[in-house]
Design a protein around this ligand. Structure first.
Ligand SMILES: [Zn+2]
Length: 436
């Protein structure tokens, strides 16, 4: 910066400092399994510099022409590699934020422009160097013979971290509701023999849309289920729906609207690189995609039919639109809208544990229903089907011991074969009857 310009700058500052400088009006922190994200909310764009210093380990963030208008001491530092935040003024006008570290990290920083949902932001991601938390453990069922693998269900709770998703009355946030439903769904599949669920998001942090697909692929998922509870322009809009990917246009205005909203999540969630979906354009035309899509549609239909028993349906068939999170060419993927959080009646239901559990049970039942009929090759379920294990759908009034007697098997065999922990059964539930 030359001298004359600097003098001019000081003059301008003296005249209208508030207009010139960016203010950091909020700082938010999210801990993910493999990194810590810190978001600085700015009143206007600002440039920044990142420095990594040793002895003691520090990360220094210099924000040009900026002032701190919030308290850094309130940030939740538990489980993070940050011991302490400090801040100061540098060169009279710049803001310096110093992070005193307790562990080594790989930092990355980037600026995000203001958009419809959020203002200008500066994002600082600190990736853990030990990375021990990154490898998600895929549980192996003990009961299962080694050659007969489990069906892996990737459960994706939408949004998270600085992307709250839709908000409803009484500060109800989509990201919290869907995480709770996702965890319940995970719990249900954990109790099933032949299924191995994995949560894509386990806490309150953001994962990019492409990152979600990549995690599902890494974990070799047989199915990807994304759980949402969205908002619509009209608050009267209500009902549950299931979506699959569309390779051409959207099947309805609502589908198009929601896909646009969901695809904007990366802008809110803070991802510097745009999702490179152009690469997928060719893949989408691929035949494998057609069969994946066919599975997604059939499976989505089963889930929809189960949800019909507890919720009003927004549309009675699986809708389709260009949801970025569903663009895995080889993993059947569905997006379940459990209801509209923008609708007061539905929001009050979605806020309760009992309804969240009910919703999870219906998604679980629909997915299980499909896989019992169409088990992927090499799975325990496929093997059971080959063994000629008969299926029985539970009718009202049935008890487990009745059914066991009828098919001449023991209650314990029946429970083991179907991964049941108790003798509690539900009407409509399908049991595989073991061959004796
Ligand atoms: Zn959503």
């Amino acid at each position: 910066m030359n001298r004359v310009f600097r003098i001019c700058l000081i003059l301008v500052f003296a005249l209208a400092p508030a207009v010139w400088a960016a203010e950091v009006h909020d700082v938010r922190l999210w801990r993910a399994p493999d990194h810590t994200r810190i978001v600085f909310d700015l009143t206007s764009p600002a440039s920044h510099k990142l420095l990594v210093l040793d002895n003691p380990a520090r990360i220094v963030l210099d924000i040009t022409d900026a002032r701190l208008k919030t308290d850094l001491a309130a940030l939740p530092l538990a489980d993070t590699p940050i011991a302490r935040f400090r801040s100061g003024v540098r060169e009279g006008t710049d803001l310096r934020v110093v992070l005193e570290m307790s562990a080594k990290v790989n930092p990355r920083s980037f600026a995000l422009k203001a958009n419809q949902q959020a203002g200008d932001r500066l994002v600082l991601d600190l990736y853990d160097q030990n990375g021990s938390a990154t490898t998600a453990t895929v549980k192996k069922s003990v009961k299962q013979p080694s050659a007969k693998r489990d069906i892996i269900i990737a459960i994706d709770a939408g949004h998270g971290g600085e992307d709250p998703g839709a908000s409803g009355p009484k500060r109800l946030r989509e990201k919290d509701v869907v995480l709770s439903i996702a965890k319940e769904l995970h719990r249900l599949f954990e109790n099933d023999a032949g299924f191995n669920p994995t949560l894509i998001r386990t806490g309150d942090y953001y994962i990019s849309l492409r990152g979600r697909r990549e995690l599902a692929r890494k974990r070799q998922a047989d199915l990807f289920v994304s759980v949402h509870a969205d908002a619509f322009k009209r608050k009267e809009a209500n009902g549950a729906s299931v979506y699959a990917l569309s390779t051409s246009g959207a099947t309805s205005t609502a589908a198009r609207y929601l896909a646009q909203r969901e695809n904007a999540a990366d802008l809110v969630g803070g991802v510097s690189l745009s999702d490179k979906d152009d690469l997928l354009a060719g893949v989408l035309a691929d035949l494998s995609m057609t069969s994946t899509l066919d599975t997604s549609l059939q499976l989505g239909g089963r889930v929809l039919r189960k949800m019909d028993t507890i919720a009003h349906l927004h549309k009675t068939r699986v809708e389709q639109a260009g949801f970025a999170v569903l663009k895995s060419p080889d993993i059947p993927s569905i997006l379940v809208e459990t209801g509209f959080i923008s609708n007061p009646t539905e929001a009050s239901k979605l806020a309760t544990r009992s309804y969240q559990k009910k919703m999870a049970r219906m998604i679980h039942a629909g997915v299980k229903d499909y896989f019992l009929d169409h088990p992927p090759q090499g799975t325990l379920l496929a093997w059971q089907k080959q063994q000629g294990g008969r299926q029985y759908t539970i009718a009202s009034g049935d008890t487990l011991s009745d059914i066991a007697q009828r098919f001449n098997v023991s209650v314990n065999d029946l429970k083991d074969h179907n991964g049941l922990n108790s003798t509690r059964i539900m009407v409509g539930q399908k049991l595989t009857i073991p061959t004796t």
